[in-house]
Design a protein around this ligand. Structure first.
Ligand code: PSV
Ligand code: MN
Length: 397
């Protein structure tokens, strides 16, 4: 593929970073505080703006309603704050797992009070989305049970159907609901949206503006995620991604740190769907969902974004004409070679060129490090926290 075409595809490849990735989160066992960790929405937006400034491809920030918006705060003021840092508010993530009322679930809870509470929170979240001009409502629920017999699985399914339909209908025109799945954790016997098939059925029943969100860390070991992606693309039900990597379960490691070839194969299916099957892939929301406990947060995010661009560019390089030819001849070795050749091509010099073309430095990590941002905000934030008597981080993680 021509370099110019790859550059065009990179221009269209935007990655949303999560507000919670900039604060002290990351494990339920222990948080290792970082002086530069953000604790206010202003600090999170400043960090997201910094990542965007050096990478040039992260114009939006995902927000978690409970962690980022306080009661009575005008959401449009937050949108304006984002603008000051050169970013926009992206997906709105209601929090349906932290409140004490959610002990037995949110939308699926047998307790009406919990269901109503969830409903009010999602409607509030939709209103925040409207106020800030967000196009995405990301739904992830921790709903499930820990023991056989704890609750009626079928009845819970019905409750979930009802809630999602109601929320779907409450969204303004142009907003898309993303339904995320996860096989386990925090529920350890059954999870109400455990896999892509359940998410698909729920999204389909909710209405035309609901699609599936694939969080790469939310699968069992050995699951073929790119097949799920290919299927969802073919069904026009792929809404977006939460990128992260994992070795064991939902580990929140930086994307591609464990298995970059797996990420490449996901991107390959996306380019295949676009180029060979005529699918519109322009609306796929590429989002990062990582909470860094050990790596410096902004560096981890820059590293993630650079990795995503690199793997995406490699996937764009697959010679699909050759691939089709190999497949028509049933030449397995040649077919696989098409993927391997692209994967092993060093595209980093092109990315340097692409960045320079956009007025960016070719090495975002090096210039970010040289800027002294981390040390500077580390000092300022420690002082501000001391003055408030507060600690960094979201309250759950
Ligand atoms: C749950 O594990 C999840 O992947 C959901 O997307 C949440 O919104 C996010 O992590 C942050 O807790
Ligand atoms: Mn996620």
């Amino acid at each position: 593929m021509e370099k110019e075409r790859i550059f065009e595809l990179l221009d269209g490849f935007k990655i949303e970073t999560p507000s919670w990735g900039y604060s002290d989160t990351g494990t339920r066992f222990g948080k290792f505080h970082q002086a530069a960790a953000a604790s206010t929405i202003k600090e999170k937006l400043a960090d997201a703006g910094t990542v965007n400034r050096y990478t040039g491809c992260c114009p939006t920030v995902a927000v978690h309603v409970l962690w980022d918006f306080s009661v009575g705060v005008d959401a449009t003021a937050t949108a304006k704050l984002a603008e000051q840092f050169g970013v926009r508010i992206g997906s709105i993530n209601p929090n349906l797992f932290q409140d004490q009322l959610y002990k037995f679930g949110s939308a699926c809870s047998p307790e009406e009070r919990a269901r109503q509470h969830a409903n009010r929170h999602v409607i509030d979240s939709i209103n925040i989305g409207k106020a800030v001009g967000s196009k995405l409502l990301s739904i992830w629920m921790a709903d499930g049970t820990n023991y056989p017999g704890q609750d009626d699985i079928g009845a819970r399914k019905q409750r979930m159907h009802g809630a999602l339909r109601q929320w779907h209908d409450a969204m303004p025109a142009g907003m898309t609901m993303l339904v995320e799945y996860k096989p386990f954790e925090p529920a350890f016997y059954h999870t109400d949206i455990a896999d892509w098939g359940m998410a698909y059925l729920y999204a389909q029943a909710a209405g035309p503006n609901a699609k599936v969100l694939v969080d790469t860390g939310h699968h069992y070991q050995a699951q073929n995620i790119e097949q799920i992606v290919a299927w969802l693309l073919d069904e026009e039900m792929l809404g977006g991604f939460h990128f992260n990597d994992r070795k064991y379960a939902d580990d929140d490691l930086t994307m591609g740190s464990i298995d970059p070839y797996a990420v490449f194969r996901i991107f390959h299916e996306i380019r295949n769907a676009a180029e060979l099957h005529g699918r519109d892939v322009s609306q796929i929301a590429y989002m990062v969902d990582q909470s860094h406990n050990l790596k410096p947060k902004i560096e981890a995010m820059i590293q993630t974004v650079m990795m995503a661009q690199e793997l995406y560019a490699k996937a764009c390089l697959v010679d699909r004409k050759k691939l089709l030819d190999a497949q028509s001849r049933m030449d397995i070795v040649d077919g696989e070679s098409c993927l391997r050749n692209a994967f092993f091509t060093d595209v980093r010099p092109w990315l340097v060129e692409w960045r320079k073309k956009h007025g960016l430095d070719g090495d975002p990590m090096a210039v970010y490090r040289a800027s002294g941002y981390e040390a500077k905000v580390g000092r300022e934030r420690e002082e501000a926290r001391a003055a408030r008597g507060a600690q960094a981080g979201n309250s759950y993680a």
